[in-house]
Write a protein that binds this ligand. Structure first.
Ligand SMILES: NC(=O)c1ccc[n+]([C@@H]2O[C@H](COP(=O)([O-])OP(=O)(O)OC[C@H]3O[C@@H](n4cnc5c(N)ncnc54)[C@H](O)[C@@H]3O)[C@@H](O)[C@H]2O)c1
Ligand SMILES: N[C@@H](CCC=O)C(=O)O
Length: 515
């Protein structure tokens, strides 16, 4: 019997011992900086001349690793191997597949601070955010392993006296896992684990800015006993390898997490049936957000201000769940804004190798430019009350930025910025606040700060987001506790870390035997 699932606790870095343990993790990562990582196809290492160079976004000079870059030929080879491996893997015992995940989780837990330190280096995460990312990766493995055990015998259905009916879930086939850089470990590991524990084989294409943590995860899976060919590691260009695999007739499903733009492209391309294809591809797509915190007049205003700051600027606002719109009822608007500005002006920005830094860099030059461009738009659409500047001399740093008095139809109220920028908007009353919150094509997360029960009930019914929180911020869902996924253009609401997630990777089969 496995012990009941419980989420991995977060580390308190005020405890000296934990701080030292994390520093030791950073040293381990330093010992393998600038190493080469090969593709892994059918268990074989394949080196290519063309490389993806992964750098530290806080220090452009520091190379995290050079990663081989798959071409279409490599992708084709990996597809053939995954397709072949599926013939045996689909019949492997679910208990064995779950055991591999439990062992992989145990290996990561033992090397927890090393993995988090790698996220500090490769993604520019502050220590607490990196620690949460690693904890979530462990949680996904522990949770999906248990989910597989609970689904392995199917669900009872009725039988008449003359027959014996069964209803079981079987795997789909080869899945393409395309992961983002912002939860470079958790989301990548979660999507991959769900796919293979359900009996599918996988081609994993991680984000090009964070491929090293994915290479390390592959090593963990090998150590945990995953047979060759079940998960194949094929980092490469989205346009070249991504499109090729999405359109491949042997691709059975695509599990994607990333931007709306790429998600829609994948959804459209996957819908086309190609020659030789004998199924309709399934697409699991989790995309962007434009998430809102609503504060009413009855709220604890200090809690509201702290929640807005943490949700807007944690990991530099680079979360699909980040608060990029604060909608405040007009009678408390000035007080909340003043307090948020005050807290924000005390936040530290810099290289997160130092544990005391609150906010690190944004991920790369393209993100830096895009965010600064939105800041320029914000200067026209609102009143700049904090931040507004960037510095990319060493890394890609942008100050936490607040715009006040932004109209509900402004671009910075509608478009995902994916950086440390929050817009404040005034609402006449609570109904107006919920209308503003819903006035976007996304529907991922939201929060309401209130002590008014009827406002809670109204928001529960009318605030149209996949993850709605009361009296807290809008980030930080925990696997198995707050299944995560959004409505509308935020994706297919697949609810990662929830009880239905594995079913998206399987198909139900009914068998009926006459007695
Ligand atoms: N809803 C969620 O659960 C969730 C979680 C994390 C991030 N996100 C979203 O992800 C975005 C940030 O991540 P990102 O910058 O890595 O997103 P992105 O869409 O740029 O990239 C995501 C992945 O898609 C790949 N890709 C790019 N073009 C492709 C193509 N043509 N075919 C196939 N794959 C292709 C990328 O290489 C990467 O691996 C934000 O919009 C954020 O809101 C959503
Ligand atoms: N699951 C994370 C967000 C993932 C997207 O970036 C949260 O709940 O904050």
């Amino acid at each position: 019997m496995v012990v009941p699932y419980k989420h991995e606790p977060f580390t308190d870095f005020l405890v000296e011992e934990n701080k030292h343990a994390f520093e030791a993790g950073l040293k381990v990562v330093h010992s393998y900086l600038n190493h080469d990582y090969d593709l892994v196809i059918g268990g074989e290492r394949v080196a290519t001349k063309d490389k993806i160079i992964s750098i530290n976004p806080a220090n452009k000079e520091e190379i995290i690793g050079s990663v081989s870059k798959a071409t279409r030929e490599h992708a084709e080879k990996a597809m053939q191997i995954a397709d072949e491996t599926f013939k045996s893997w689909r019949k492997s015992k679910p208990e064995m597949r779950a055991d591999i995940l439990f062992r992989a989780a145990a290996i990561v837990r033992r090397r927890k601070h090393e993995f988090s330190a790698l996220l500090v280096k490769e993604a520019g995460k502050p220590w607490n955010e990196a620690d949460a990312d690693t904890a979530e990766a462990i949680d996904f493995m522990e949770y999906y392993g248990r989910q597989m055990l609970s689904l392995k015998d199917g669900i009872p259905v009725e039988s008449r006296q003359i027959e014996y009916n069964r209803f079981n879930y079987i795997p789909l086939g080869v899945g393409i896992v395309i992961s983002p850089w912002n939860f470079a470990f958790a989301i990548m590991a979660g999507m991959t684990s769900a796919a293979f524990v359900s009996g599918n084989t996988v081609l994993l294409k991680p984000a090009s800015t964070t491929p090293v943590v994915a290479a390390k995860f592959i090593e963990v899976l090998e150590e945990a006993g995953l047979p060759p060919g079940v998960v194949n590691y094929v980092p490469g260009s989205g346009a070249e390898v991504g499109d090729y695999l999405v359109e491949h007739p042997r691709t059975r499903f695509i599990s994607f997490t990333g931007s709306r733009e790429v998600g829609v492209r994948i959804y459209e391309r996957a819908a086309k049936v190609h020659e030789g294809q004998i199924w309709l591809k399934r697409v699991i797509a989790e995309m962007g957000g434009k998430d809102t915190i609503v504060v009413d007049s009855s709220a604890d205003l200090e809690l509201a201000a702290q929640s807005i700051v943490a949700s807007a600027f944690g990991f530099s606002g680079q979360k699909c769940s980040a608060c990029s719109r604060a909608v405040i009822l007009e009678d408390v608007y000035d007080r909340v804004l003043t307090r948020v500005v005050e807290i924000t002006k005390n936040l530290t920005v810099g290289n997160t190798k130092d544990s005391t830094i609150y906010m690190g860099p944004v991920i790369d030059q393209a993100a830096y430019e895009k965010i600064l461009n939105y800041i320029e738009i914000g200067k026209v659409e609102g009143r700049l009350v904090a931040g507004g500047n960037g510095d990319n001399s060493q890394g890609f740093f942008i100050e936490p930025t607040i715009f006040a008095d932004v109209s509900e139809n402004a671009r910075i109220m509608k478009e995902e910025i994916f950086g440390p920028v929050v817009a404040f908007c005034k609402a006449r009353d609570f109904d107006h606040a919920i209308d503003i919150a819903n006035n976007t094509e996304y529907g991922l997360t939201g929060a309401v700060l209130t002590n008014n029960r009827s406002h809670i009930e109204k928001a529960r019914e009318d605030f149209h987001v996949g993850n709605l929180y009361f009296n807290r911020g809008c980030t930080g869902a925990i696997v198995g506790y707050q299944p995560f996924g959004g409505f509308n253009m935020s994706g297919t609401d697949s609810k990662a870390g929830g009880p239905d997630y594995l079913l998206l990777h399987m198909q139900a089969k009914t068998t009926s035997e006459m007695l």
